[in-house]
Design a protein around this ligand. Structure first.
Ligand code: NAD
Length: 692
């Protein structure tokens, strides 16, 4: 191997016999940056010009091929040279060039290989075109070249799902020409393959589309368009793929590029990129490497109710052995049915392979005696939300859990530090706050108690990841991140009822803002009684100067507890799915309570949204100030993944960061006026600045 230097620092030009080996070296993941692209062009020119060389190989240094494009670059003007220029050079080079893939080739990385004359990959390497998940479409020929290998139907499936597939599957689809067993042999195999192609070019642009059944294309298209996934970029991606049949190659390519250029600058793509980077940051805890997670294989779940059964199912589906206990024999007897239901849901949503469902169910053991969880590595309690009940359970768990175990509580509102203390070993205790239904909701707040050891917290983070959840660290204040914000904005919604707005108006405005469901519709689903009990419990200690809205109490007193009773904020008589009907009885109660308070006004959709956003922004600032949340972006992740805010809108704070400071100030003042006594002002300027 004779290395030879290039002007570009991120690409090396090496010679192996009569083959040039072009090595991409841009640690840590060989992102396709502008330096990489410039280096590739220079290297390809050198290969073309050197008469002693007959072919080339593109390969990544370290543990990956080009794992993807530099996503940050998509937010602004692209730097030269752009990726299509590199691919044009490969195609124009008179000598064949073979891509050698190990690790990952995603997005632009895979598109680069599709411009080559052949693709060799190590078994287990991953390839995919995830652009659609980031609000864009592939922009460097992916929608034109992939169908020439896989056919249109499969290209639609791969590009719309953004799925990452293993090299073995890619080979069976025709994307990979040759599989190699181990990474050590990749370079030599690719050099051999390139050498063999000497004197030929095998460009995908010259390949006819494979024969395929028109019905299959229709099925792929209708699958891609259903399930709320029919965003504009999804439709554009499908249209672009289909242009392979109707337009000359270069024209279709140019159209693909133009759409990519427009979509990458869209608000939606910006919001999705924001979420993408926020998730990456959320996974990192400072100093985590010094406190590795404790090993977890066996999990004990206490309480087999709504949450416990769902949580048990999720752990079992991910391969953990689960022991589920409950003091109530009847609940325990019904638990297997609930778990089967939850597992069925995981299969339907594609999170669990159908042939693994039976084994997952079999990994759950049911026990009436708490002693059965004494060998578990992680003990997770999801018993009644009652301080006395939970304290007792924590005391027992502290005694019976083995020394190395982590004890987790799923409490929503109770004092996590007090529960930790009750166990007698608070250093082993964390919160793992799941969301209902646990088998569907992606969020888990991993709560760091005042005395939790770092390795206990890391255990929570690592098991959450292992069960496919998004873990966000939170401090142990009441309601953690999500419920604290939820309580505040919900409070504003109740105030607005007293001031002249109605539940259907508020729900609609909140939904337009980005939440999947407004607070009154949510309350009807979860039941009005839980919050009612909590209000009654707190009544004795509530400061009489605090603003208190009686409307919900009056509904509860009438037995209107939500959907389960047929009546709540709405009327569900004759309603089988979707929204309830506006009920004049509720309207009358609201009018009465509002009249007691004074004159009312009308609210526009904007007015309502301003109140809600004002409350969210202010409480978020307080969460950052007191250390309950680490960053604004993580608060948005909580609201997106646990409270149904649309990721396509980024998150409430992302939205607010695009507004003017004066506008935000005015919003918070409105929220403050509504709260009156007890309002605390957060440093919202610093919060929003952190996002700009
Ligand atoms: P649930 O009433 O459906 O289930 C609680 C179960 O705990 C019951 O089956 C009960 O028999 C059992 N139990 C009571 N004492 C026990 C003991 N000493 N040992 C073993 N089992 C015992 O309640 P849920 O909705 O599943 O809520 C459980 C916990 O999850 C609560 O802390 C709640 O705040 C929290 N949580 C609930 C939701 C939700 O939306 N339901 C969301 C997040 C967190």
């Amino acid at each position: 191997n004779t290395p030879s230097t290039l002007a570009a620092p991120r690409v090396r030009f090496e010679i192996d016999g009569d083959v040039a080996v072009i090595v991409i070296d841009n640690p840590p993941v060989n992102a396709g940056s502008t330096e990489v692209r410039a280096g590739l062009r220079e290297a390809i020119a050198r290969l073309a010009a050197d008469p002693a060389l007959v072919a080339g190989v593109l390969i990544g240094a370290g543990n990956s091929f080009i794992s993807g494009s530099d996503i940050k670059e998509f937010a602004g003007p692209l730097r030269q040279p752009e990726l299509p220029a590199v691919i044009e050079d490969i195609e124009a080079c008179p000598k064949p060039i073979v891509a050698a893939i190990h690790g990952a080739a995603f997005g632009g990385g895979l598109e680069l290989t599709l411009g080559c004359d052949g693709r060799v990959a190590v078994r287990g390497a991953l390839v995919g075109l995830p652009e659609v998940q980031l609000g864009m479409i592939p922009g460097a020929g992916g929608t034109q070249r992939l169908p020439r290998l896989t056919g249109i139907a499969r290209a639609i499936d791969l590009i719309i799902s953004g799925r990452r597939i293993k090299a073995e599957e890619a080979a069976s689809l025709g994307i990979i020409d040759k599989l190699v067993d181990s990474p050590e042999h990749l370079r030599a195999e690719a050099v051999g393959f390139a050498h063999m192609l000497a004197g030929q070019k095998h460009l995908l642009r010259d390949l006819p589309l494979p024969q395929e059944d028109a019905g299959a294309i229709e099925v792929a298209e209708s699958t891609a368009l259903k399930g709320g996934r029919a965003r504009e970029n999804v439709k554009e991606a499908i249209a672009s793929i289909k242009r392979t049949t109707s337009l000359p190659f270069d024209e279709a390519l140019a159209q693909e590029r133009a759409i990519f250029q427009r979509l990458r600058l869209s608000e939606e793509a910006a919001a999705l990129r924001y979420n993408f980077f926020a998730e990456r940051a959320a996974a990192k805890i400072e100093g985590a490497a010094d406190h590795p997670p404790r090993p977890v294989r066996d999990v004990g779940v206490l309480g087999a109710g709504t949450m416990g059964a769902g949580i048990a199912a999720v752990f079992a589906a991910a391969g953990f052995n689960v022991t589920l206990t409950d003091v109530n024999r009847e609940v325990l007897d019904r638990a297997a049915g609930r778990i089967a239901q939850a597992i069925g849901d995981l299969v339907r949503s594609g999170k669990l392979k159908a042939d693994r469902a039976a084994a997952a169910g079999a990994r759950v053991t049911y026990a009436a005696d708490m002693q059965a969880v004494s060998d578990a590595d992680l003990l997770l309690e999801a018993v009644f939300e009652e301080l006395s009940v939970k304290t007792e359970v924590m005391k027992t768990l502290g005694r019976l859990a083995k020394k190395t175990a982590v004890i987790a509580t799923n409490t929503s509102y109770l004092d996590m530090n007090e529960l930790a203390a009750a166990s007698g070993r608070p250093e082993d205790v964390i919160g793992m706050h799941f969301f209902a239904p646990a088998y569907r909701m992606r969020l888990v707040e991993v709560v760091r108690g005042d005395r939790s050891l770092p390795d206990a917290v890391n255990t929570g983070m690592s098991v959450a990841k292992a069960i496919g959840k998004l873990a966000i660290v939170a401090g142990a204040s009441e309601g953690f991140i999500g419920n604290r914000i939820y309580s505040r904005y919900r409070g504003q919604c109740e105030y607005m009822l007293e001031e002249g707005a109605f539940p259907s108006e508020i729900d609609a405005a909140v939904e337009t803002l980005g939440f999947a469901m407004g607070p009154f519709a949510v309350s009807d689903i979860s039941g009005l009684d839980i919050a009612w009990l909590m209000r009654k419990r707190k009544a004795a200690t509530r400061d009489p100067r605090e603003r208190y809205v009686r409307i919900a109490d009056r509904l509860c007193e009438l037995g209107r507890l939500g959907r389960k009773t047929g009546l709540g904020w709405y009327d569900y008589a004759g309603v089988t799915s979707g929204r309830g009907k506006v009920d004049p009885a509720v309207t009358a109660i609201i009018r009465e309570e509002a009249a007691k308070r004074g004159p009312t006004r009308s609210f526009t959709e904007k007015d309502i949204q301003r109140r809600v956003l004002g409350a969210i922004v202010n409480e978020s600032a307080l969460l950052l100030n007191d250390g309950t949340a680490r960053s604004a972006a993580e608060i948005d992740l909580v609201l997106v993944n646990g409270y149904g805010f649309s990721k396509f809108n980024g998150g409430p704070l992302f939205l607010a960061s695009h507004l003017k400071d004066a506008d935000i100030e005015a919003m918070i003042e409105e929220a403050e006026q509504a709260v009156g006594f007890g309002f605390r002002r957060g440093n919202t300027r610093a919060l929003l600045e952190s996002l700009r």
